[in-house]
Write a protein that binds this ligand. Sequence first.
Ligand SMILES: Cc1cc2nc3c(=O)[nH]c(=O)nc-3n(C[C@H](O)[C@H](O)[C@H](O)COP(=O)(O)OP(=O)(O)OC[C@H]3O[C@@H](n4cnc5c(N)ncnc54)[C@H](O)[C@@H]3O)c2cc1C
Length: 392
Amino acid sequence: MNKPVKQHLIDPEICIRCYTCEMTCPINAITHDDNNVVVNADICNFCMDCIPVCPTGSIDEWRVVQTPYTLEQQFEFEELPEQEDIEAAPASGDEEAVDPIAALLAEAHKGAGGKAKAPLSAGKPTVNMYTLGKPARMKVQGNYPLTRDPDHDVRHIILDPGALPFPVLEGQSVGIIPPGTDAEGKPHLPRLYSISSPRDGERAGYHNISLTVKREDKGLASNYLCDLEQGAEVEVTGPFGATFLMPSTAESHLLLICTGTGSAPMRAFTMQRQRSGATGGMTMFFGARTPDSLPYFGPLKKVPETLLKQHLVFSRQPDQDKEYVQDRILAEQDRVAELLEDGRTHIYICGLRGMEEGVELALTSIAESLGQQWTALRDAMREDGRYHVETY
Ligand SMILES: Cc1cc2nc3c(=O)[nH]c(=O)nc-3n(C[C@H](O)[C@H](O)[C@H](O)COP(=O)(O)OP(=O)(O)OC[C@H]3O[C@@H](n4cnc5c(N)ncnc54)[C@H](O)[C@@H]3O)c2cc1C
């Protein structure tokens, strides 16, 4: 099997055939026939010179493909082909996922109990646009503490890609390349971080992205990120992830279950639902040790219940019994059962791997109260693109 490659394409349904891109390309990678303007995958070096000059945005299309579309195939396009789901596919070899990012994502999504699927109505994700060899350089616009617990430093970091196109959907991740080299003199491998801002930017229309990063003791990338100063430059790969995405249907209900930095994609979902005026509502079970160690504790207080019904659950509050997300899910059994029975419910679980077992047990018990077997219900939801797990 070939190694997946990124291919630059032009959307024939939007392109107005002005040929500005063809005239701008410094290496003659763009050509046309009577039908379409197309990019030659053998020549294109992703210099991006053609992107800002396109008046329609039809030039900004990318697919990760096992075999690039030929010029002849592209001349025949009436519409762009869908992105194949090769997120967790082996980069080469039939048995093993050897692409480290694909392997990390496949491992993170394992808790769904089978091959993850995107919601049917999800937007079309762009993946693997920037790589270790050709990362995007982004400027740090801000780095703000999200917690007050000194043993649990979590930061909200805003990155600006400037003029570079960096199309994202909520639920996707980026890779951060820590500077320097490893013991063998090779560049460090990127670490994955969920994007915590919505598709049109941390600030609407600005197309900047934010991350939610927890400082790990002696961790290379997390300490590098948490210590970044405004104006610093960061090398970013991605975006990554083609399945942990939100539905576009306004009436869907999102059941969000998270701990710690697992709140990052949930923040992106919440902001996007707020911006898009979705009506279906969201219910969140969010676990932390204390309010001081729960990222976004302050901002969450301002989110209206009609948009997001919140269950903030604490396991180390002085003078209170320990409570974990699964305990609150069970305490809210009737409402969760209603949601499990509703075909408009999409479940997202994100955070530390350790949270999965308790949540599974709680959902098993609630499914049983409905006379259903949880694994069968879960598998049906997953096949329907309505059950998503991302744990690390
Ligand atoms: C899909 C996905 C999404 C993710 N999203 C997020 C997110 O949104 N936010 C987030 O914060 N993280 C996220 N992560 C985790 C993140 O990718 C990193 O794994 C994490 O930040 C640790 O990376 P690091 O480079 O700091 O640690 P590394 O340097 O890779 O070290 C790994 C671990 O080993 C320990 N360690 C390293 N060196 C030593 C040493 N000398 N002695 C003792 N211990 C040591 C560190 O404490 C750390 O826990 C995600 C992971 C995945 C797979």
